[in-house]
Ligand binder design. Structure first.
Ligand code: C2E
Ligand code: CA
Ligand code: CA
Ligand code: CA
Length: 279
């Protein structure tokens, strides 16, 4: 087994290189992506379960690479986090989101919340809150329409800078949402301390609903917990009608997923806001 292990070592080395080399090439390109206007945002609606009206749009970033085509966030966000470039990407996304909100307002659409994904790395920057405040005042968007989605795992970082940034956001009226709820290190104390507005039930639990016992129990428990704490609940990854019916029955307020819409380019998103969701 040991001898075989020696071969495995070389195999591992090759795989390691195969994985790391393109990363390095991509990394050089990534730093030019904002300047070259290669980043773009797609918007996925979050709907009101009772009325199917659109309540919010989540911004999901994409990178259109001149050679590789569209690179999904799962491939470049971790790289951007490692190098700190995520701070620039994040600021760009928030600015775009606020600009889009302004455009929708100008053409007379009823206002929807804009939900933006935020990395831990962004929150570790002591100027985060100040930069968001500056964008909000430039864009004349009322803070309650901005919702920051943070992943639950960052709750384990008991860092004053992160907490100060988040508390400042709450102070000025920006909403906080816990993404992928139920998968990370839940600290219920933080929900209270940060006065979180929304929890998003992770799509892995919704995928198991209503057929699997565990998925259903976890989903209903999260809904009940959130309601007892006065929070809004969003179910994400809703793909089938039976999942939707289940969530409706359990009193989940909002839902998001392919059943209603895939993430859309700004023009398509605008069209959908005019038309509404048909079902
Ligand atoms: P997330 O925030 O949990 O976003 C949900 C992901 O599920 C998105 O993938 C979305 O396209 C996908 N999705 C939506 N509805 C359904 C459905 O019904 N079924 C299934 N199977 N999937 C669905 P996407 O766009 O590839 O984004 C992946 C992750 O990348 C996001 O997970 C988020 O954590 C991160 N991300 C995206 N944009 C940004 C950003 O601007 N900044 C940061 N820091 N992270 C971002
Ligand atoms: Ca999210
Ligand atoms: Ca999520
Ligand atoms: Ca996520």
């Amino acid at each position: 087994v040991k001898q075989k292990g020696k071969n495995d070592y070389y195999v591992f080395q090759d795989d390691h290189l195969k994985k790391k080399l393109p990363d390095l090439i991509l990394l050089g390109d990534l730093h030019k992506s904002i300047r070259n206007r290669e980043l773009f945002i797609v918007y996925q609606p979050i709907i009101d379960v009772k009325t199917t009206k659109i309540r919010a749009m989540e911004t999901l970033v994409r990178w259109y690479h001149p050679v590789h085509g569209t690179v999904p966030p799962s491939e470049f966000i971790p790289l951007a986090e490692e190098t700190g470039f995520i701070v620039s990407i994040g600021e760009w996304v928030i600015r775009q989101a606020c600009e889009q909100h302004e455009k929708w307002k100008k053409i007379g659409l009823p206002p929807v919340r804009i939900a933006v994904n935020i990395s831990v790395k962004e929150l570790q920057d002591q100027h985060f809150a100040k930069r968001v405040e500056a964008i909000l005042s430039q864009k004349q968007i009322s803070p309650e329409y901005l919702e920051l989605e943070i992943t639950e795992s960052l709750m384990i970082y008991n860092e004053p800078i992160i907490l100060n940034n988040l508390m400042r956001m709450k102070e000025i009226g920006v909403r906080l949402s816990i993404d992928d709820f139920g998968t990370g290190y839940s600290s219920l104390a933080y929900l209270k301390r940060l006065d979180v507005d929304t929890v998003k039930i992770d799509q892995s639990f919704i995928a198991d609903c209503p057929r699997s016992y565990y998925g259903s129990v976890i989903t209903t428990t999260i809904i009940s917990l959130a309601h007892h704490l006065g929070m809004n609940v969003i179910a994400e990854g809703v793909e089938h009608l039976d999942q939707f019916r289940y969530l409706e029955e359990k009193g989940c307020q909002e839902a998001q997923g392919y059943l209603f819409s895939r993430p859309l380019h700004p023009k398509e998103a605008t069209k959908l806001l005019f038309q509404g969701i048909r079902h």
